[in-house]
Design a protein. Structure first.
Length: 200
């Protein structure tokens, strides 16, 4: 039996983690790129030293772990620095994702999900066979982000604008879940999509 590799993505505050949880509830394994990117920058891991070499000791917390907020502030406003960080972290994350993906495929599970926030931005669509975008309209996205991070409107807009607009992602995807409604509505859409793809 072939394993279908699904790329799950969205944009910031569109509710992608809610959908990822639904996959887990259906016992479909989810490989979380964000979690891998946290793991590879822990003290003692290869990416950690490279980041400290490039960004300096100022980004470290007292326990020597990387202060993600400080690092985030530096890279959100500076594209060169963002690219530098990506060049350190991305290859390690990809390696981790591929290892986990292959391990699930060898167990012949019906499907495995790669949860990748920047699936399109980082041109990772060839890592998956189907792409699924979690969509909300822009106003909802902005409100959810401001509420979630307790952030000012312009900060929230800056973070949203650092990604490909969610409308464009929806056009590029094999399937879209409209997450403007209730959790139940989103769950029904997910089931329909998986049914179409022969998973459930």
């Amino acid at each position: 039996m072939m394993t279908l590799v699904i790329g799950l993505t969205g944009s910031i505050a569109t509710g992608k983690s809610t959908i990822a949880q639904m996959f887990k509830d259906m016992e479909i394994p989810v490989i979380d790129a964000d979690q891998i990117s946290k793991d590879v920058v822990e003290p003692g891991k290869p990416a950690y030293q490279d980041i400290v070499d490039v960004f300096g000791q100022d980004i470290l917390q007292e326990d020597k772990s990387i202060d993600r907020k400080k690092l985030g502030k530096i890279i959100f406003s500076d594209e060169t620095k963002r690219n530098q960080l990506n060049q350190i972290v991305h290859p390690r994350v990809r390696e981790g994702m591929v290892q986990q993906r292959e391990s699930y495929k060898s167990k012949h599970v019906p499907a495995v999900v790669l949860d990748i926030p920047l699936l399109f931005e980082s041109s990772l669509t060839d890592y998956v066979e189907k792409t699924l975008v979690v969509f909300v309209d822009e106003q909802t996205q902005l409100e959810r982000l401001m509420e979630r991070d307790d952030s000012k409107r312009e900060d929230a807009e800056e973070r949203i604008n650092a990604q490909i607009p969610i409308k464009e992602k929806a056009q590029m995807a094999d399937a879209v879940i409209n997450n403007n409604g209730t959790v139940e509505e989103s769950k029904k859409q997910l089931r329909d999509i998986l049914y179409r793809w022969g998973i459930v």
